[in-house]
Write a protein that binds this ligand. Structure first.
Ligand code: BG6
Length: 489
């Protein structure tokens, strides 16, 4: 089945930090795919910018390598690569100084195409770059794309947003949370709002609890410098996991218009029950991996990778509730961590037990229904139902999944989140991007946790690399007589 591809309007995309990790691993491969699929008009151009003095030819060589390394062999064709590379030029710019800005502005002066500035740089450079874009006249017509970390606290997030907002109105700011571009995350909206089946049950009367897990097998690899200043709460929970929670919990928006969806997400963030410092102690578990094992063999602990002492958490699990009519009393258990036994992201919606059993005890226990939305790997949706075990021998019941694997159902490549999000910027569609007030509301909720930890003078709990985090995370959910979804490993 081949999806219909509609070409976007002509654009100039300026990528600041064009030789950096994100550009090489994600942006260039994503743009190549969109081009190879026929979505880019002939006139679309991509301008790489960074401090390095490179020729356009040398930048094209970097892009060629990025495609060779990060695009699967079957998707690489000589024609598509040549067409894509021909779109690329390079401009050295000192983003905090004067050099290069006039040349950049001059190269874009005659263009009437949509102008996009992607700031694939650290957040400390967002403000200076926006100021320069303002000074050289480009900000007046550009859309700006930024990515987390947007601040490390509410105050610093406000400062970053103010710096951007001095030159760009909110309607031209695209804050990426790449989880929102994942196919299965968008499927969550399809599942909820394109089916009549779930919505009547989507509330505290029928749902017992919700679990959101984002588990990674990797450690901090080459990112220890950044990661140690962030930790799992800032790196994953404040953004990706809270965004997933919003999509699960929000009221049906009146349409998929950007503000219709973002208004509803904001209300969820505002309704999250604030955690007092005492509650943080009871309902939030933070961990740090020690030495252990991964699929590839023995691995070092976080402190060993880092080379110095640190109280930064590489794991966080917490229990929260949403104080509104739909969700009052329904716990949401959230957890994420590095060096866990499997790379696995999933949302588990656990329905309430049946009110009365008509079966004999010999039928076995009646387990409640679960809807499991698997983001990665093996994207798909499973609905766990009770059925009768086939064959003679009386009525014996068993819980089995009604299983839809996207790979098996649709024989198409699963596009990377950045492909979708980059084209949405060109289309001017902000639905999958975070609005300023959402980012700040998420920080407002997370901040007491950070404060409680800072004041507690307690180290994160150790866990062995390759396990599901500190045992306290199991205790957190078992205290409520529930358990983490079992199909995990
Ligand atoms: C990033 C985090 O935002 O998301 C990383 O900074 C994390 O620490 C990554 O590894 C996970 O993304 P994905 O798409 O691989 O699940």
């Amino acid at each position: 089945m081949v999806a219909q591809v509609i070409a976007v309007e002509p654009f100039d995309l300026v990528v600041f930090g064009a030789t950096g990790d994100l550009a090489i691993r994600k942006l260039i491969p994503a743009l190549y795919h969109r081009d190879a699929d026929g979505q880019m008009p002939l006139e679309a151009s991509i301008i790489g910018v960074s401090r390095r003095k490179l020729s356009s030819e040398a930048f094209r060589d970097l892009a060629r390598q990025a495609i060779a390394e990060h695009v699967s062999a079957q998707d690489q064709t000589a024609d598509a690569i040549a067409r894509f590379l021909a779109r690329l030029t390079y401009q050295p710019v000192d983003v905090t100084g004067e050099a290069g800005w006039q040349d950049l502005a001059a190269s874009l002066a005659a263009s009437t195409r949509i102008l996009i500035c992607y700031l694939s740089v650290g957040p400390d450079l967002f403000g200076p770059i926006c100021d320069r874009l303002g000074a050289c006249g480009l900000a007046a017509r550009a859309r700006v794309v930024v990515e987390k970390p947007i601040g490390t606290s509410l105050a610093s997030a406000r400062a970053v947003n103010d710096a951007i907002g001095r030159h760009f109105p909110e309607s031209r700011v695209y804050r990426i949370d790449h989880y929102l571009g994942k196919e299965t995350v968008q499927n969550l909206m399809a599942l909820r709002f394109a089916n009549a089946l779930f919505e009547p049950l989507w509330n505290a009367a029928h749902i017992d609890h919700v679990q959101i897990t984002v588990a990674e097998t990797l450690g901090v690899e080459g990112r220890a410098g950044y990661y140690d200043t962030a930790g799992a709460l800032r790196d994953m929970l404040q953004n990706h996991i809270l965004q997933l929670l919003c999509l699960v919990a929000m009221e049906p928006p009146t349409s998929l218009a950007a503000d219709a969806v973002r208004d509803e997400k904001l209300k969820v963030l505002q309704a999250l029950q604030p955690l007092s410092h005492d509650q943080v102690r009871q309902s939030v578990v933070r961990g740090q991996y020690g030495p252990g094992a991964s699929a590839s063999g023995a691995v070092r602990g976080y402190l060993d990778e880092l080379g110095h002492a640190s109280g930064t958490e590489t794991f966080v699990a917490l229990r929260t509730e949403i104080a509104n009519w739909r969700w009052a009393g329904v716990p949401f258990y959230l957890r994420t961590g590095k060096r866990l036994p499997a790379r696995l992201s999933e949302i588990v919606v656990a329905f309430r037990p049946i009110p009365h059993s008509v079966f004999d005890t010999s039928a076995g226990p009646i387990r409640s229904n679960r809807l499991v939305i698997r983001l990665q790997p093996d994207e798909g949706v499973k609905l766990f139902l009770m059925i009768k075990d086939p064959g003679p021998g009386g009525m014996r019941l068993r819980r089995v999944p009604l299983d839809m694997s996207f790979a098996e159902t649709f024989a198409v490549r699963n596009p990377d989140a950045y492909e979708r999000l980059l084209m949405d910027v060109v289309r001017g569609n902000q639905t999958l991007f975070m609005r300023r007030d959402e980012v700040e509301a998420a920080w407002r909720w997370v901040e007491p946790i950070l404060e409680a930890w800072a004041g507690a003078d307690e180290a994160p709990r150790a866990y062995t690399a390759g396990t599901w985090g500190p045992t306290a995370s199991v205790a957190l959910i078992e205290r409520d007589k529930r358990s983490w979804h079992e199909e995990m490993a």
